[in-house]
Ligand binder design. Structure first.
Ligand SMILES: *Cc1c(COP(=O)(O)O)cnc(C)c1O
Length: 425
């Protein structure tokens, strides 16, 4: 008799054989299509996480999967020891798409942040003229930029950081959404090379700053000759209802340098949805004046810029444009917040909804240490919708951008009825 594989079986396999580095919602998924996921028992769910915004284009998008298949049958990896016929086309496509002169290819988000830090520091020494080993980078408290040893050095989350030292030096932390602190540090520290910032802090709980935060930061960075580095790994590529979150309220599709709301970063960091979640792809974009501080032998990655990544990412970005997913995220995001706000007005369990486009979060009326947000997510799962708390009492809602209005309304119904079931507790 063949054993019927249950969720518990798969979960135990992970627990018994894997590092215990995650604490997932207890659901075992085996198939995805568009906004839907199915577990090993055949139950269907709405995905309200989108793999942390990597799957903006929806699960297993046929065009992206086709690009992956075709390239997989042709050429997968050459390394950068040789040229390949996809890399140049990809670089041209993406630099046109986002209006930067150069692209540095890599695989994961953290790796791209690391590369941005290196580029920024080297620019600080060789262009700005900072004395050897003195360059500093300003970061924000509650940031999330990845998990490498340098990046966790400037995390403010003890879990990410403690017992992983000694930590890297050269980072100065300011509060998020605080341009006065930014200005104060810039005025008193002559060796600042860059300011690394998320336009919305996703992992921290979708902290949405004042509308003019990035704009003011842009002005200050220019004034003090410091590079503005935007980590748009989670916020970029349509998620927040504009192509990039630094585009503010601009609705153009990538040609927004004329728009007055666009705060153009000096260095743009992308990952996650640049591949539609089918393949690890990340990138650093900037103009040649900055990028050209990197010369052969000074940075690299065996898989970076491989033909699979290039083919998949071009198709994934094309899908964003062709299906007008940015515009859809904007429209549905507005609808979502209006409807959830209506619910909140008579709710004792939710205190707040915030976000932009389809990157949103609700704040649960309980302490950071409470289990309520987790329990709500378990109930949401029972009711056919998958989401996960970010921090303690905050639940992020980030469905794939291919969602329809009717589907969203169904989801809002699931969310509000689930929340209501916690009201009297
Ligand atoms: C996910 C994320 C990263 C890290 O990306 P990985 O691919 O997990 O290394 C960095 N910055 C932000 C803002 C992210 O959301």
């Amino acid at each position: 008799m063949e054993e019927i594989a249950t969720a518990t079986h798969f979960i135990d396999l992970e627990l018994e054989n894997g590092a215990h580095d995650y604490h997932p919602i207890p659901v075992v998924l085996e198939r995805g299509e568009g906004v839907y996921l199915w577990d090993v028992e055949g139950k269907k769910y709405f995905d309200f996480l989108s793999a942390y915004s990597a799957v903006n284009q929806g699960h297993c998008h046929p065009r992206i999967v086709n690009a992956l298949k075709n390239q997989a049958e042709t050429l997968t990896l050459t390394s950068r020891a040789f040229h390949n016929n996809k890399l140049g086309a990809y670089m041209q496509y993406v630099t046109d798409y986002f209006n930067f002169e150069r692209l540095l290819p890599s695989n994961t988000g953290a790796e791209a942040v690391e590369a941005a830090i290196k580029i920024c520091r080297k620019w600080g020494y060789t262009v700005k003229g900072i004395a050897e080993e003195k360059a500093e980078i300003i970061v924000c408290s509650q940031n999330f930029h990845g998990r490498t040893s340098t990046i966790i050095s400037f995390s403010s989350d003890p879990g990410s950081k403690s017992n992983f030292g000694p930590h890297a030096k050269g980072f100065i932390t300011i509060p998020y959404n605080d341009t006065e602190s930014l200005e104060a540090v810039l005025e008193t520290h002559p060796n600042i090379a860059g300011f690394l910032v998320e336009p919305i802090q996703g992992e921290a709980g979708v902290y949405t700053p004042d509308d003019d935060f990035i704009k003011k930061a842009r002005t200050l960075c220019t004034e003090f000759n410091v590079l503005l580095m935007a980590d748009e790994i989670q916020t970029g590529i349509g998620r927040t209802g504009s192509l990039l979150a630094v585009c503010g309220s601009c609705t153009c599709e990538g040609h927004c340098e004329q728009q007055q709301n666009y705060s153009r970063p000096d260095i743009l960091i992308l990952g996650k949805a640049i591949s539609g979640g089918t393949y690890p792809v990340s990138a650093v974009l900037c103009d040649s004046e900055i990028m050209d501080v990197i010369q052969p032998g000074q940075h690299g990655s065996t898989f970076g810029g491989n033909p699979m990544a290039c083919s998949v990412a071009m198709e994934a970005l094309e899908v964003i444009r062709d299906e007008k997913l940015t515009q859809n995220a904007r429209r549905l995001g507005n609808l979502f917040r209006v409807e959830i706000q209506k619910y909140i007005e008579r709710s004792t369990i939710v205190t707040k909804v915030r976000g932009r486009g389809l990157l949103n979060a609700i704040v649960i009326n309980d302490s950071e240490e409470s289990k309520t947000a987790w329990d709500i997510c378990l109930k949401l799962k029972e009711n056919g919708l998958l989401a996960k708390p970010t921090h303690g009492n905050i639940i992020r809602f980030a469905p794939p951008l291919v969602m329809t209005e009717d589907e969203l309304k169904t989801c809002i119904h699931i969310i509000t009825t689930t929340l209501k079931s916690f009201e009297t507790k």
